[in-house]
Design a protein around this ligand. Structure first.
Ligand code: C2E
Ligand code: CA
Ligand code: CA
Ligand code: CA
Length: 272
């Protein structure tokens, strides 16, 4: 009825207003350098040493505290701010790697998440090249993580960008593998290095036989294609034992460490 329609409209307007406020706050946040990166270790299943880190962005808000990415990345993607934020993340992560090097605490590789808008603009390959030149980080030590949905949004454009990254020596990972709309065809066509098995398949290992079968199939598929596998969201020893037995290469999850600020990363990390 009429009243309900107006109620809906009010709510919609309210939501839009909130979004506008958040959007301008986010713009200011970027200018004021309120974004921070936390780093989560990636751990080799072979010897439980840290082989790299994933850089994960947070918003250090002056009054609201630390805001997680799911609360502002979608908005940044809708408004186009992700271009600026993504470039900041890339530069910051590469700079941090060089700082760890200089402190004698070299961290193998750093992984950076890429949004679909960054692929669509076509600016990213040039930006990556510049950041690597400016920071001096070796290209082989940078992984770019793209989800299946990002790749499938515009497969031609994604393939072009990925080929350029590959030519620079930058490594490529498919993020959240198994959750997006995807085509097996891209797996063999694209110059990939790594598949990251989504946390949703990992968390019920030990309880859900279907998830176990899916993990096994993904690891075998990756192996036959010559790709490294990373298991996301490894929280329990039982997950780790199961995945290691299947030949999974690398683990990432709370069992080893949550994402932490750069200065808190235990660089000479070895699980006892
Ligand atoms: P993601 O790329 O899949 O990152 C992994 C997420 O899983 C991180 O959440 C991490 O904290 C969480 N995680 C890791 N291990 C465990 C575990 O054992 N258990 C559980 N429950 N969670 C675990 P976070 O940091 O909140 O990031 C969420 C998402 O936000 C990321 O998912 C990524 O899609 C996005 N994101 C974060 N940083 C950036 C960025 O710089 N750029 C873009 N475009 N997206 C980002
Ligand atoms: Ca990721
Ligand atoms: Ca992921
Ligand atoms: Ca995920």
């Amino acid at each position: 009825g009429r009243n309900r329609f107006e109620f809906f409209n009010d709510r919609l307007a309210e939501g839009m207003h909130e979004n506008l406020m958040l959007e301008s706050a986010l713009r200011v946040a970027v200018e004021r350098n309120e974004l921070v990166l936390h780093y989560q270790p990636l751990v080799s299943f072979t010897d439980i040493t840290m082989v790299g880190v994933e850089a994960l962005v947070r918003w250090q808000h002056p009054t609201l505290g630390l805001i997680p990415p799911y609360k502002f990345i979608p908005l940044a993607e809708e408004t186009g701010l992700i271009g600026e934020i993504g470039l900041w993340v890339l530069r910051e992560a590469c700079q941090q790697m060089v700082q760890w090097d200089e402190a004698g605490n070299a961290v193998g590789c750093v992984s950076v998440n890429i949004s679909v808008q960054q692929i669509e603009t076509g600016l990213l390959p040039k930006q990556v090249k510049e950041v690597l030149q400016d920071t001096g980080l070796a290209a082989e030590r940078l992984f770019l993580e793209l989800t299946e949905s990002t790749i499938m949004q515009d497969p031609e454009k994604a393939a072009t960008a990925m080929t350029e990254f590959k030519q620079m020596g930058v490594k490529l990972a498919v993020d959240d593998f198994g959750t997006g709309y995807s085509s097996m065809a891209y797996l063999k066509r694209l110059p990939l290095d790594r598949l990251k098995i989504d946390r949703s398949f990992i968390k019920d290992i030990g309880q859900d036989a279907n998830d176990e079968v899916i993990c096994k199939a993904i690891i075998q598929l990756a192996k036959s294609l010559g790709l490294e596998t990373v298991a996301e969201g490894v929280e329990e020893e039982a997950h780790a034992e199961f995945l290691k037995a299947l030949g999974c290469d690398v683990a990432q999850g709370y069992l080893y460490s949550k994402p932490v600020p750069a200065q808190e990363l235990a660089v000479r990390w070895k699980k006892t």
